[in-house]
Design a protein around this ligand. Sequence first.
Ligand code: PLP
Length: 267
Amino acid sequence: MTPRTALTIAGSDSGGGAGIQADLRTFFAHGVHGLVALTAVTVQNSLGVQGFTEIPADVVTAQIKAVASDMGVNAAKTGMLATAEIIRSVAKTLDEVEVGPFVVDPVAASMTGDPLLREDALEAIRTELFPRATLITPNLDEVRLLTGVSVVDPASQRAAAEALLEFGSRWVLVKGGHMQGTTDCVDLLSDGREFISLSGPRYETENTHGGGDTLASAITASLAKGASVPDAVAAGKKFIERCVAEAYPLGAGVGPVSPFWVLPQLS
Ligand code: PLP
């Protein structure tokens, strides 16, 4: 039987922990066929991103049109978009093709602090993509860059959600994973009417590379299968928790979160 499809519009991670590599294996783990519009090739390992080369914007949009016109896209997500030109071209293309629920992960920099967007491109994500998004999934650094709000407690997390919804997405997930001094990871999901607090355990690990990508693609996979946004986010949080719990060291720096637990035991 033909599975549901999900499209990732994102960059490649040579270390295989984040980017399209994380997205495709997360789609696979959910029984969803992954489609790709590659935006950039990064040169990176566990120690950081050494640089990236973007794909020409017309090639990015041609990939989207090729798969959408022939195979059909049941849900889509964005990761690393690299330049304002790519962002503007993707936004225009989304007005021309049908991609179903659309998740925007406003990736600005790696957790090692290396930029994944050219300057000013975050503004293009905010103005061009947020109004078209079903859900946006910023982490706390991205929340601060986008709104100026520093999230330190539940009240500021709610204020950040309200400020982000002003930019026009249907839903926002303010991820609390990077909040200091909390024993749980509390994420806040809102559409402006409902404010749903999702709490889960915090695991002690240095190895969280690809965590944001994996969560956003797990949510996208569930949306592709027809889940509501609250159900897809709740399931995505359970999925990423297990991936963080099973994260492994690889290289001298930050290792990846792991979806290997979905495989049946190999003997
Ligand atoms: N490389 C690529 C291609 C990415 O898309 C991302 C995040 O979206 C990263 C690196 C950074 O991942 P992390 O911040 O989890 O290290």
